[in-house]
Design a protein around this ligand. Sequence first.
Ligand code: CP
Length: 304
Amino acid sequence: MKHLLGLEGMSAAGLNRLFDAAETFAGVGVGDVPKRDDLKGKVVVNLFYEPSTRTRMSFGLAARRLGADVLDFSPSGSSTSKGETFIDTAKNIEAMGIDMVVVRHSSPGAPHVLAKHLAPHVRVVNAGDGAHEHPTQALLDIFTIRKKLGRVQGLTVGLVGDIAHSRVARSNIHALTALGAKVIVCGPTTLVPAEVAQFGVEIADKLDDVLPRCDVLNLLRVQFERQRSGLFPSIREYRLLFGVDGDRMKKAKKNVLLLAPGPINRGVEITPEVADGPNSAILDQVTNGLAVRMAVLSELSRAA
Ligand code: CP
């Protein structure tokens, strides 16, 4: 694997190799556990054109625990405000002598553009491109399922909510189906594009019917910032039909695993009692994300 641009087309063997590697990175650099030197002497750039807390910090920490130097770019305060283009910015940072770029951008395909325009030795990682893919989020979601439930194959996973704007949903669909899970996509008809059916998923619009069948629920954030016109359904309607609260949890399997990519809209997709309750693995996902991102960076550094 030379770049990680998306999970579409990645095999079960390729996915499981990353998960097996991630198992070896858990705890590296914590307390008395030594850091690794997989990226010693390398420079990793975080090139984030959209806001981020988890992904940006997690990649930064992962790279440092592997021995890399890390550069952080944000458009605010940079020469982007003077009109410098995306490619010119990347080429100028490349000229400083870099080895990897972790890129987040609102335009689908932005990481692919970098992979094409930067020098062949520079590795590119997609940290979220528009509504297209967010591969490391899906990897850490599925790694968390694997750790908590011991397997992925044969499980039924509900992806709930704003599918239309969700790069997390797309990456999860590709990887979960490759690994043999059943995927149910459930949300308001206005937020579930019909074309997702081509990926072999079941589409549903009544969460209460789907809940008893799911081993895992991944509650996607309603992306208010990407709504072009007035939100339909309204927040009140969304909460009523798709919000997961204590009462709705009674319809789910007792041990259902609850995931959410974060940030969560508390009280919209999920109530605090459920987000912080015994079925929730939301913070485990964040912890696991570090090991998963170390595995990705390490594998890319070894690719020919
Ligand atoms: N889940 C996720 O990508 O979070 P951030 O936007 O905070 O990175």
